[in-house]
Write a new protein. Structure first.
Length: 259
């Protein structure tokens, strides 16, 4: 018997192998085309993002670079708070120089009555400070003298016949907690309105707007009076009601206040 060969089956096997090879080639080409088109996959290990974002840099906290004796770091210095300095404008104003003043002890001032002249004087021992024609004025003058330690004058050396009319008193070195002058006789003034005007042979007049405040012998005395008054906003008197007469001004004293 002559054997027979099964060629059709062998041809089919060859054809099947060829088809498998063709399919693998197509799959390989398809993968290459996706990569060339810019596809990055779905996050597989090793994938790199198309754009990398910068990581922000943290600001370092200041630290101390010095160490104290106990081994602990010294405190980190901090900015000092801002300070606002407020200056009282009156502290920058000048006073008369040289000043004509006497110092006394306010704790020992008293009232002394002189029967022959019917006057009341404010004294510190043998040192006389003020003289008044009425006891009520002396009581107010005593309160005023106890409120300060220094009594000053402007124009005390004038040689006018009515000497007292050309003298202005003022007081320095206030005593804390002193009793107020009873029923003060005061008028307001404004520093910017104070002025000095010549009154011819009568002297020099200190004015506050339309008010005539004080007559003085010389322009220097008047200018010094303005220097004093600019430290305050009230000019005050004791004894203005003592009665008219040739010695009327001898029994009046000036003082100044700020309210």
């Amino acid at each position: 018997m002559t054997p027979s060969f099964r060629r059709p089956r062998l041809a089919g096997l060859v054809l099947a192998i060829a088809l498998i090879g063709l399919g693998a080639g197509c799959a390989s080409k398809s993968g290459t085309e996706n990569t060339a088109a810019g596809e990055t996959g779905s996050g597989q290990l090793g994938d790199v993002p198309a754009t990398a974002e910068a990581t922000p840099t943290a600001v370092p906290t200041p630290t101390s670079t010095s160490v104290g004796e106990d081994g602990t770091p010294d405190p980190v210095p901090t900015a000092a708070p801002k300070l606002t300095l407020i200056i009282n404008p009156t502290l920058l104003l000048a006073w008369p120089s040289p000043a004509d003043c006497v110092t006394y002890n306010p704790a020992t001032v008293t009232i002394s009555y002189a029967a022959p002249t019917q006057t009341w004087s404010i004294v510190d021992g043998t040192q006389g400070l003020l003289v008044f024609k009425r006891q009520a004025d002396a009581d107010a003058g005593l309160a005023l003298a106890k409120s300060y330690k220094k009594h000053c004058w402007i124009g005390r050396t004038n040689t006018r016949s009515n000497h007292g009319a050309y003298v202005m008193d003022y007081w320095l070195d206030a005593v804390a907690g002193a009793a107020a002058v009873p029923s003060p006789d005061c008028l307001p003034h404004t520093a910017s309105q104070l002025a000095v005007a010549s009154s011819g042979t009568s002297g020099w007049l200190v004015t506050n707007g339309s008010e005539a405040v004080k007559l003085l012998d010389t322009k220097t005395d008047a200018d010094n009076a303005v220097l004093v008054m600019k430290h305050y906003n009230r000019h005050c008197y004791i004894g203005r009601g003592n009665g008219k007469g040739t010695t009327f001004d001898d029994y009046i004293t000036n003082w100044f206040a700020t309210v």
